[in-house]
Ligand binder design. Structure first.
Ligand code: PMP
Length: 335
């Protein structure tokens, strides 16, 4: 019934302490979250290292998960360590060496009024092999984005630091729109007409050896990969800055890239600006970023990121949580 075409390697998932086969159903259609998006989630990656799969910046993801839950008044039925154990268990039962991991907390089956008065808070954890989010060639060749007219949700409307399921309706609509016009991804403006973020990615611009990104006051989810990229940048000897990004600045930057757990470090090589009152797409202006190819600093940060997540840069080992306690346990389990 539920094939794994879009979930390669998925065999089992975790739901409230039990492991289920991938094609089993454990959530009722009348669950609150199915109707209103009353859920919070995390997107985490584990990478293959010499010591087996290592989960990247897991404590930071767990911390954001609890922050998101607080925003939507959820009483989380587990402690952080129990969620970490569930994530480890899911990685083990699926026998994956690298994976995208998705914990999801949601209001379940109870009442269907907008206020989930008697709905239990439930947790699922799943994982599968997920390649490059914006396509196999995106990391090497970069992407062509559409700078949308649409304005990202303003922090006065919703707490942008939270990953709430329902808030992703805006990302879904905008991401589909950009792709329907042949672009790889969209970029939102914020209410003030400056750059916000992608539907599932943050943005970093590079000029004069400085990496610059915005923060949640500019209508973004403050991503974990974004701070990883800034740390890497600093360690490589570049300047870093957190400040608003204007449209002009984005279009005329030396280099621009997306950051995200799913998107990793994806160079942005072309940006088309959606015309304000121009329904004819042919009239929209396209800007090449820098030379129109992934720039040298983006490449350096991206290569370093790829090495760190795979455990090849030991000075960043504190960012890795190994799934298996020892190499022996890993070998026994995965052979
Ligand atoms: N913005 C949005 C809207 C996102 O969904 C994501 C992905 N979680 C990001 C930015 C990047 O965040 P992170 O680097 O923590 O994955």
């Amino acid at each position: 019934m539920f094939d794994t075409k879009f979930f390669p390697g998925a065999k089992k998932f975790w739901h409230m302490g039990k492991i289920y086969d991938w094609d089993s159903v454990s959530v009722h259609a009348m669950s609150h979250a199915v109707h209103y998006g009353s859920s919070v989630f995390e997107g985490i990656r584990a990478y293959d290292t010499e010591r087996g799969p290592a989960i990247f910046r897991l404590p930071d993801h767990i911390e954001r998960f609890f922050l998101s839950a607080r925003t939507i008044n959820m009483k989380v039925p587990y402690h952080d360590q129990e969620i970490i154990d569930a994530i480890r268990q899911v990685m083990k039962v699926n026998k994956l060496r690298s994976a995208y991991i998705r914990p999801n907390l949601f209001y379940g089956y109870g009442n269907l009024g907008l206020v989930p008065k008697v709905c239990p808070v439930e947790l699922t954890v799943a994982c599968w092999s997920w390649g490059a989010y914006l396509g196999e060639e995106s990391l090497e060749k970069g992407v062509h984005t559409l700078l949308l007219n649409r304005r990202r949700i303003h922090p006065s409307q919703m707490d942008m630091r939270a990953k709430i399921g329902g808030m992703y309706a805006q990302s879904n609509i905008a991401g589909s729109y950009a792709r329907s016009l042949g672009f790889d991804e969209g970029i939102f403006l914020n209410m003030e007409g400056r750059i916000a973020e992608g539907p599932g990615e943050n943005i970093i611009v590079v000029n004069h050896n400085t990496l610059k990104t915005n923060d949640e006051t500019e209508s973004i989810l403050p991503g974990i990969t974004r701070t990883t990229a800034l740390e890497i940048g600093k360690d490589l000897g570049y300047q870093v800055e957190i400040a608003p990004i204007t449209v002009e600045e984005l279009l005329h930057s030396d280099e621009v890239f997306f950051t995200g757990t799913a998107a990793e470090i994806t160079p942005i090589c072309r940006v088309t600006v959606e015309g304000q009152n121009q329904p004819n797409k042919q009239e929209w202006k396209t800007y090449e970023i820098g030379t129109g190819k992934p720039g040298p600093i983006t490449r350096k940060v991206s290569q370093m990121y790829a090495a760190i997540v795979r455990g090849k840069e030991t000075s960043y080992d504190h960012w890795l949580t190994y799934v298996y306690k020892s190499i022996e346990e890993m070998k026994k389990h995965l052979s």
